[in-house]
Design a binder for this molecule. Structure first.
Ligand SMILES: Cc1ncc(COP(=O)(O)O)c(C=O)c1O
Length: 412
């Protein structure tokens, strides 16, 4: 891997020790350039539908819409028909939970206390429909399969997971989660925002029903794009009540040019039988240009290479943190994590001080960009080790942290 060349794609690495992809990826030249190219094409009035990248008035009229789908499907080892473009995770989590799944009084939904709150917030609304919320409490930074087995029953309609949780990096054995849920006839919604782009996801091997991820964290893209995956055999039966006319399965294509165009007769067709039936019509063309360039960039680097490097740096980071005696909150078992590593000094005030010190280095030294995050009784300083990071960057973090501990008289 030509790390030096890849690092040049992220100009902010010159100014920051950037260990913060779990919050937001450093902007990549590849997507900034692609978005600029889109604007240049607009300016030049290039709106033909033959050239591969010309922007048009609707993103679905641009080949780039389909190219994003093709590449995202390849990334997840999915079929193109199972994937569509989204704007954010939350928009389509709402569609799945409030529209596609038909709830009955007495049903229940299972999730955990270390899930990102955007989906739990949607689930709270289900109480009005008489749906019971079953929240699993994490134990030792894990959502245990034994707890899932205990809580899921024949009234469970949905199991929600964060494939990797943002608060400690715990990463599920998704195949096992699916096995437990499917034994009881429940769907699995996999929020993979903290996993996609860091690890190689084989969606058919895992067997999840729905997967959502956004573009702007480990996938290293611009904000405002993402992926919805729906298992192929569910697509026909899961009809959205949100109807986007663009995806009416009109056999002769859009009839606008016909002199006899009739807005009922020529439109009275069901939605297409692929994941585009779930397109809410809120994608934006310049963003898709950037997103497509991002997916192309990831293909060049290779998701297996990325995963290898993310895991290697994650191990390195954990070992270095052990050396200075902080508590690593992330599970030690490498099968239960990747490069998202969380640690704590054991005291909130000292975590906060460390975080502030990392961000405010003396003049001439690069600040260390990390996050401070807590939920469900766990958390601390979150270090995102992505493939473009280096051992020296992790060393810098450890050095500053060690100094803070020494100043406080904590033995390291
Ligand atoms: C696991 C997870 N899901 C969802 C989100 C946010 O998604 P959205 O783009 O819908 O705000 C985050 C953001 O940190 C996240 O970590």
């Amino acid at each position: 891997m030509n790390l030096r060349a890849y690092r040049k794609e992220f100009p902010v690495l010159e100014y920051w020790v950037y260990l913060n992809a779990a919050d937001q990826a450093p902007p990549g030249r590849y997507w900034i350039d692609a978005m600029r190219e889109c604007l240049t094409l607009y300016e030049a009035g290039r709106v033909s539908d033959t050239a591969p990248y010309d922007p048009a008035t609707h993103p679905f009229l641009t080949p780039v819409f389909f190219e994003c789908i093709k590449r995202a499907a390849r990334l997840l080892h999915a079929k193109e028909a199972e994937v569509t473009n989204i704007y954010r995770v939350m928009t389509h989590a709402n569609l799945i939970i409030n529209d596609l799944i038909k709830w009955e009084r007495g049903d229940n939904v299972v999730f955990s206390d270390i899930d990102y709150p955007s989906i739990p917030y949607i689930l709270l609304g289900l109480r009005r429909k008489g749906v019971e919320l079953r929240r699993i409490k994490s134990v030792n930074s894990e959502v245990r399969l034994s707890d899932l087995e205990r809580v899921v029953d024949d009234k469970t309609k949905l199991v929600v997971i964060n494939r990797t949780t943002p608060w400690c990096g715990f990463t599920h054995d998704v195949k096992e989660v699916v096995r437990i849920a499917h034994e009881h006839g429940a769907y699995v919604l996999d929020d993979a925002f903290q996993a996609a782009g860091a690890i190689d996801i084989d969606i058919h091997r895992d067997g999840v029903d729905f997967l959502l991820t956004g573009s702007y964290k480990w996938l290293l893209g611009p904000e405002g794009a993402g992926v919805l995956y729906v298992r192929e055999d569910l697509i026909e039966e899961l009809e959205p009540s949100f109807r986007n006319y663009i995806w009416a399965d009109v056999p002769t294509g859009i009839p606008f040019g016909r002199p006899d165009h009739d807005n009922i007769k020529h439109w009275d067709y069901p939605l297409v039988k692929n994941a585009n039936r779930y397109d809410l019509g809120i994608c934006v063309t310049p963003i898709l240009f950037g997103w497509n360039a991002t997916l192309e960039f990831l293909e060049q680097v290779g998701i297996e290479n990325i995963e290898g490097r993310v895991r290697q740096l994650g191990n390195y980071c954990i070992n270095r943190l052990y050396e200075i005696g902080v508590k690593v909150v992330t599970p030690e078992d490498p099968r239960k994590r990747h490069g998202l590593i969380v640690y704590t000094t054991g005291k909130y005030k000292l975590d906060l001080k460390s975080y502030e010190r990392l961000n405010n280095t003396p003049p001439g030294e690069k600040p260390v960009k990390v996050s401070l995050r807590y939920v469900g009784g766990l958390g601390g300083i979150r270090v995102s080790c992505h493939f473009f990071n280096t051992e020296e960057e992790v060393d810098k973090l450890v050095e500053i942290q060690k100094n803070v501990l020494q100043e406080e008289g904590v033995n390291t």
